[in-house]
Design a protein around this ligand. Structure first.
Ligand SMILES: [Fe+2]
Ligand SMILES: [Fe+2]
Length: 434
């Protein structure tokens, strides 16, 4: 009997693990990306709320600076205004500032050549001059942003300078990434950590549910397959019941068929057809090859000695009877099953390579491969076994007779496969002897 537990391989578990892992990983990555973006925005927004507030309070502490915004660019910076700048530069993370008047002229910068230049038209500056906070994230690769801070990303916050309800100009604060990036990295790590834990828990839960379902499915399938095997054998035994000479014929021929199929699957001609699945179908079908014998009267089937010609004609009908029984069973199935092979075998296992067999007189490769394989298994077993009209032949004599039949009754390539595996045939014939 076929070992079904080996047939239902645990690839399903592996497939499930890989697919679920990839899906959970992807979902986790996407979620983490979205969360990180949200959190990064939130951190930046909190800075954007704090900076203008700091500018406003600092200006309140240095009212002289408010008047200075009206003076032309390049004017000497009074001491109190210098203190205003110093206070802004004291804000943690801020390492550079630029100051504009309401027309967009640079009033002050630590780069002298910029003083007096007009930047009106810069959308961020224009936004600040309308009284709203604007910001941009710049790469420190830009020469003006490379600082001794070793910054990678610079946050540029354009804050309006508002005094007594009027926009006097704008201050641009450059924030290094050192603190910002550190706080962002911390937040990102936390977010990623939680999402990874959630992903892991989700994966384990799904795995537990799947494993249970798979286990139940596997047990049910195994039982069904075993029931199928038992049913096949019960049918086969029934057909052999009246044929008292056959003994372990079913078991032996099934083993021979598998041996031949495995050997032929290594050869050029039949490699494509003889897949593992096909070989399993062959092994399942072999016991049913003589199922049509149930339709032969016992007077013929159990007759001692050789058949008369009319008896032989009757006996020959067993192949068509068998095929027709199996065809009726197959018609009730909604999917393609091993019965397709079983029908071929029942119908054609007495056809001959030279076309002189029965029932259809098929020739050569017109005979299904399954039946050509079955023919040798059947003949070897008949030769090796005791019959009412003959004794068992020694293994060597059987080999010789089969070799002589290559190209006559038997497919020469299947005969070659038999010769290569004849020792295994001998072994099986001994182990399963009647
Ligand atoms: Fe037969
Ligand atoms: Fe047989």
């Amino acid at each position: 009997m076929i070992k079904h537990s080996e047939m239902i391989r645990s690839h399903v578990i592996l497939q499930y693990t890989v697919i679920t892992f990839v899906v959970v990983l992807l979902v986790t990555l996407i979620l983490a990306q979205i969360m990180t973006k949200r959190v990064t925005e939130e951190v930046i927004q909190s800075h954007l709320r704090v900076f203008p507030e700091l500018v406003r309070t600092t200006l309140k502490q240095h009212p002289e600076a408010a008047r200075w915004f009206q003076s032309p660019p390049g004017e000497k910076v009074p001491e109190e205004v210098g203190e205003f700048f110093a206070a802004l530069l004291d804000i943690p993370g801020v390492f550079r500032i630029k100051v504009w008047n309401e027309r967009g002229d640079v009033l002050w910068s630590d780069r002298n050549e910029l003083i007096g230049q007009n930047f009106a038209g810069n959308p961020l500056l224009d936004q600040a001059l309308r009284g709203e906070v604007a910001y941009g994230k710049k790469s420190a690769e830009k020469s003006e942003n490379i600082t001794e801070h070793g910054a990678k990303i610079v946050l540029e916050v354009y804050s309006p300078v508002i005094y007594a309800g009027y926009v006097l100009g704008a201050v641009e604060l450059y924030e290094t990434d050192i603190d910002l990036e550190r706080s962002l990295a911390d937040t990102r790590r936390t977010v990623w950590g939680w999402i990874a834990v959630a992903g892991g828990v989700l994966y384990l839960l799904l795995f537990a549910i799947f494993y249970q379902a798979h286990y139940r499915y596997r047990r049910t399938t195994l039982r069904l397959l075993e029931t199928q095997d038992v049913t096949i054998h019960a049918l086969a035994y029934q057909s052999e019941m009246h044929d008292t000479e056959t003994g372990n014929h079913i078991e032996r021929t099934t083993s021979y068929v598998r041996l031949l199929a495995e050997e032929l699957s290594r050869g050029e001609r039949d490699r494509q057809v003889l897949t593992d699945k096909y070989i399993d179908s062959l092994a399942k079908s072999a016991p049913l090859h003589d199922i049509g014998k149930v339709g032969i009267p016992d007077t013929v089937l159990c007759k001692p000695g050789r058949f008369e010609p009319d008896e032989f004609e009757l006996m020959k009908k067993h192949s068509e009877y068998g095929a027709s029984v199996l065809r009726r069973a197959e018609a009730k199935l909604s999917f393609e099953s091993f019965l397709k092979t079983a029908i071929e075998i029942a119908q054609c296992h007495h056809e001959r390579w030279d076309g002189k067999g029965y029932p259809a007189g098929l020739q050569g490769e017109d005979i299904p491969l399954s039946a050509r394989i079955m023919a040798i298994a059947d003949i070897y077993d008949a030769l090796r076994s005791r019959r009412r009209y003959k004794g068992p032949y020694p293994h060597e004599e059987c080999c010789e007779l089969i070799r002589q039949d290559a190209g006559k009754a038997l497919d020469p390539l299947v005969v070659e496969a038999f010769i290569r595996r004849e020792k295994d045939f001998l072994e099986v014939s001994r182990q399963l002897a009647d």
